[in-house]
Design a protein around this ligand. Sequence first.
Ligand code: SAH
Length: 346
Amino acid sequence: MAAKDIRQLSLEDIGDYFESIGEKRFRAKQVDEWLWKKSAKDFDQMTNLSLATREQLKKDFVINHIAVDQMQRSSDGTIKNAVKLFDGMTVESVLIPTEKRITACISSQVGCSLDCHFCATARLKRMRNLNPDEIYDQVVAIKEQGEQFFGRPLTNIVFMGMGEPLLNYNNVIAAIDKITGDKGLGMSAKRITLSTVGIPKLIKKMADDEVKFNLAVSLHSAINEIRSKVMPINDKNPLEDLIDSLKYWYDKTKRKITYEYVVWKGINDQQKDAEALLKICKAVPSKVNLIEYNPIDDGEFQQASNEAIGMYVKLLEDHNIPITVRRSRGKDIDAACGQLANKTEN
Ligand code: SAH
């Protein structure tokens, strides 16, 4: 049987383990600090434990640390990592540098079970959920790259890599607890954004669980018929239910929702589309990020004209809804939104 990954154990569990081998319980705290705060990759680093204890730990456990297998740099500074997991599977993570920020865009699942027609990750089967430590390690790796290549600290984290974070709810929440906790990275939850296709039941659960991070919803259309065509998840989770859950979120958290929205030629580039979006924006306090479309295939989807984008911007601004147009980053290395598809894999 494979040795157990020690980071699947709680501090309590490790304390129990130490007691069971006749060691002092407080050793667990030391180990915990090495595992999370100091991101130790092996037991030999744990120099405040005796050699014998370290050897014993090596016999009983492994540390399944991720390995950045391949790193690609875009002409705009963006870095894409192919991240190798302990079982040989790969996910991708991205470092996005801007003037003021170093943002880590991280994955929550290997592949994705959803079928958004415009997204490259959707073409990969969902293989498995990432463990909390695998999510945490992606953040640590990018934090180190920020320091190494830009001399700047990590400022923001977005769950906008591969996978649907809400379909890996417990592990994502556990990872964020470590990222924000003082026994981990101590980052502010205000600097973390979870992006979801919008699963009403789980949005309500996050509100009930009183999470402190921000919420982004990949909307792409505010008209059911159109949204269902590009995002089949909308069939069973129509906009009415989604809006209802977002109202619930806002009532509990008082935090604005961000809508991610791509405007495509011939799909959602008409006045009626923008008006439907405006209506939704008025229903719950929110802002809109218009994302540039990153082509992934044969041209079924095409970025809408500048006029269409301008029409959206004018309509929303006229009604005081904050809206920003986002330029894509890292396109030349397939690191932009919706382009993560393990293309670097051999
Ligand atoms: N599953 C989550 C996390 C992925 S975030 C979610 O859907 O929100 C990735 C973001 O990029 C989402 O907003 C997604 O809708 C968007 N996206 C996917 N494919 C894209 C593409 N080809 N061009 C631009 N944005 C895309």
